[in-house]
Ligand binder design. Structure first.
Ligand code: GLY
Length: 564
């Protein structure tokens, strides 16, 4: 069973992520402002907003809307995400614009004849959560921006209306999903050529309906999306395919400001998105579990290092599935999970010579195993030292694949991030995941882990990644590569990474990383190893002591750094 799922995962990853490309990236350094995102146009737009006097939040809102145009597989207005803001005056805040389950959602809505039907939560109208992005962007700019909303959306409107030329990857992404788009009227119109031909690199991609929707948002703010013609179009789409989202769901959607989780490590302070992001708790736990070990002496990606960090990952992921969910619905024992005593206790069973078996660790279940690798992350620092870290998603590549007819955008499939069938034993015979069970109005647990790291009160790193549960371990390693091993930005981001998520009981590693000797030494300790094409895709910024802003663009994708 487990092996079949692993093959399925490998297959999914091969066809939904970009693998390591041949591009050789060198770090770029800027003095004033920098934007690192998954897409050239979006990074350039963010830079222009900074140059026009906007701050990092203005630029972030512009980038989010630009990605909705140029990266339809993950950038969105029909999805959600998380934002971490750190202002130069020391204020840090986080914004949760994660989707919510519609009011008519029920605990077992994907169970038929006692069996969980994963196709229903993955593709089509029932997979859609109430979108949060537009409310989030409006709230962010109202609270922290300097520019009016309509000004920062203009570049995205122009790109949608006038079009942009598809890159090779963008054309392939669309073509790879053609058969699924064809099942949904509006998606067939928006995201296929409309005949038997395929998109090609260099084709002009125009999205007039999306331009009009963005114009409504520019003019009316959140009302331009959650009421009026766009809301009508969303509800009509629900009627067409028998979906659940109502006018009331749209009207009631609210993004939420939340206190970040703060973790201390080697003089650095990590400010991380709190639940419903699971990444914050997991990263903080892992750091607490490994901080007594001589990591630098072990050597980067040595067998000893991979062993101890993987064992900490294993333990944190076991806790993640059991304890974490939407904090507005469940009580998370946060103080205990983050305490030194608890995490030391979790590592009491650690052996330097032998892998712990996941079977012997309590808690958790495998809902995260097949989490999508899609999602996108961007990082921004402005000339005043304000920083923003945003991870945003439709969940799977192109989300539910259902587009809103007349409004030009795709809807998410975020409902798949809830626990599949809580209370029932999973493939491993474990019962858990109650914390992340579906409830009306609840947010689904996420792995997205936007993070801002400060040192002596100043921004030192802006971190984050795409990649399902691998977001957590990729972000952790982007941090450790600088904090422990003193790597420069591009090196820290490009290094081979590894990932353990408790179940399945194995270390996944970048298929271009980990030497044969290291693999052998890990196997001798009892680890099973599984090479994968890309453990996360990170878009990081690292700040030098002299204030230089350095890009960390992941060579596993098509990301781009723009600065001045
Ligand atoms: N849908 C990916 C995540 O939220 O982690």
């Amino acid at each position: 069973m487990a092996f079949t799922r692993i093959l399925l995962l490998a297959f999914t990853l091969l066809f939904t992520t970009q693998t390591l490309t041949a591009q050789v990236l060198t770090s770029k350094s800027y003095g004033n402002g920098i934007v690192v995102s998954a897409d050239y146009h979006a990074s350039e737009i963010g830079k222009q907003i900074l140059q026009q006097g906007g701050n990092a939040v203005d630029a972030a809102v512009a980038v989010q809307f630009a990605l909705a145009v140029t990266l339809p597989r993950a950038g969105n207005i029909g999805g959600g995400g998380f934002m971490v803001v750190h202002l130069a005056d020391g204020e840090t805040n986080t914004l949760d614009f994660r989707e919510k389950a519609p009011e008519r959602a029920t605990r077992n809505m994907y169970v038929r004849n006692g069996e969980f039907k994963s196709d229903l939560s993955w593709e089509g109208i029932l997979a859609v959560g109430v979108p949060g992005t537009v409310d989030g962007m409006v709230k962010a700019i109202e609270r922290y921006g300097r520019m009016p909303l309509d000004m920062v959306i203009q570049p995205a409107i122009k790109l949608a209306r006038e079009g942009y030329t598809l890159s090779y990857t963008q054309a392939q992404d669309l073509n790879n999903h053609k058969d699924t788009f064809k099942k949904y009227q509006a998606s067939a119109r928006y995201f296929t050529t409309g005949d038997s031909t395929l998109f090609e690199e260099g084709d002009l991609f125009v999205q007039e309906d999306l331009a009009q929707t963005l114009e409504r948002i520019a003019r009316f703010g959140r009302e331009g999306f959650y009421s009026g013609p766009v809301a009508d179009a969303i509800v009509n789409e629900m009627s067409r395919y028998r979906g659940l989202i109502s006018y009331r769901d749209l009207r009631n959607y609210e993004s939420v400001w939340r206190e970040p989780i703060v973790a201390d490590f080697l003089g650095y302070k990590l400010h991380i998105m709190p639940p419903p992001s699971s990444g914050s708790v997991a990263i903080a736990q892992i750091l607490e579990m490994i901080d007594d070990y001589p990591l630098a002496e072990m050597g980067h990606n040595s067998a000893e290092y991979v062993h101890v960090v993987s064992e900490a990952m294993r333990r944190a992921f076991a806790d993640r599935s059991y304890y974490l969910g939407d904090p507005d619905f469940i009580d998370i024992p946060m103080e205990e999970l983050l305490s030194e005593e608890y995490n030391n206790d979790r590592m009491a069973s650690f052996s330097a010579d032998q892998a712990t078996t996941s079977e012997s660790l309590e808690h958790g279940e495998i809902t995260g195993f097949l989490e999508s690798s899609e999602t996108t992350h961007f990082s921004i620092v402005d000339k005043d030292g304000n920083a923003v870290s945003v991870t945003t998603t439709l969940n799977g590549s192109f989300g539910s694949h259902v587009s809103v007819s007349g409004a030009g955008f795709l809807l998410n499939n975020e409902m798949d991030d809830f626990s599949a069938q809580p209370g029932e034993p999973n493939a491993y015979g474990l019962i858990g995941a109650e914390a992340n069970a579906i409830e009306p109005g609840k947010r689904m647990l996420s792995s997205m882990s936007p993070t801002i790291v400060t040192r002596d009160g100043k921004v030192d790193m802006v971190l984050g990644a795409a990649g399902g549960p691998r977001i957590i371990t990729a972000t952790l390693q982007s941090f450790l590569n600088k904090a422990v091993f003193g790597m420069r930005s591009q090196q820290a981001t490009a290094q081979p990474r590894f990932h353990h998520q408790w179940l399945p009981d194995m270390i996944f590693f970048d298929d271009f990383g980990l030497s044969p000797d290291t693999q052998q030494a890990l196997e001798e300790r009892g680890h099973r190893l599984f090479p994968m094409p890309g453990i996360g895709r990170a878009h990081n910024i690292y700040v030098d002591q002299n204030g230089d802003l350095n890009s960390g663009v992941d060579p596993r994708g098509d990301g781009h750094a723009s600065g001045y």
